[in-house]
Design a protein. Structure first.
Length: 150
């Protein structure tokens, strides 16, 4: 799976997937679930790189002391909005306002997509940001927002 970063604006970011084949309805639902789940975690502040206490604790976390004060004092890191996932031929795309979420969110998504491509549906390419010339992005995507968590 090839991963490319194009022009990225965290408040106006399209993520594009090119699959090996035209996805079935079930396969489209899998892709939608990945994006929906990722957004849900981001909306709840799950990708806060300022508070990675367990990761920074190393391999031995038995009886680790979790510092709630440190967690509470970190800056808010939340995603704001997403559109419906759209499909056209072998392509899927989704728009996000990543808000104040940290870039670790993209690492989590890319790790997820890599494993998904190995286990379920082969993904040729993932583009983070930018626009595909043959599938222009709407200039007024507000009608497609998924605003609330679903």
């Amino acid at each position: 799976m090839e991963i490319r970063f194009r022009e990225c604006d965290f408040f106006n970011l399209w993520i594009w997937l090119e699959l090996d084949n035209v996805p079935s309805t079930t396969e489209q639902q899998y892709v939608e679930e990945i994006f929906d789940s990722w957004f849900f975690l981001g909306k709840l502040g799950g990708f806060n790189a300022e508070n990675l206490q367990v990761q920074e604790g190393g391999l031995e976390i038995s009886y680790m002391n979790y510092d709630n004060d440190q967690a509470d004092s970190s800056l808010m890191s939340v995603m704001h909005n997403m559109s419906e996932v759209q499909f056209q031929g072998t392509w899927a795309r989704c728009w996000f306002d990543l808000g104040t979420t940290d870039a670790v969110a993209l690492d989590v998504l890319l790790n997820t997509l890599k494993q998904f491509s190995k286990d379920y549906i082969a993904i040729k390419r993932v583009y983070i940001g930018g626009e595909n010339e043959d599938w222009p992005i709407p200039r007024d995507q507000h009608a497609d927002f998924v605003n609330a968590m679903h």
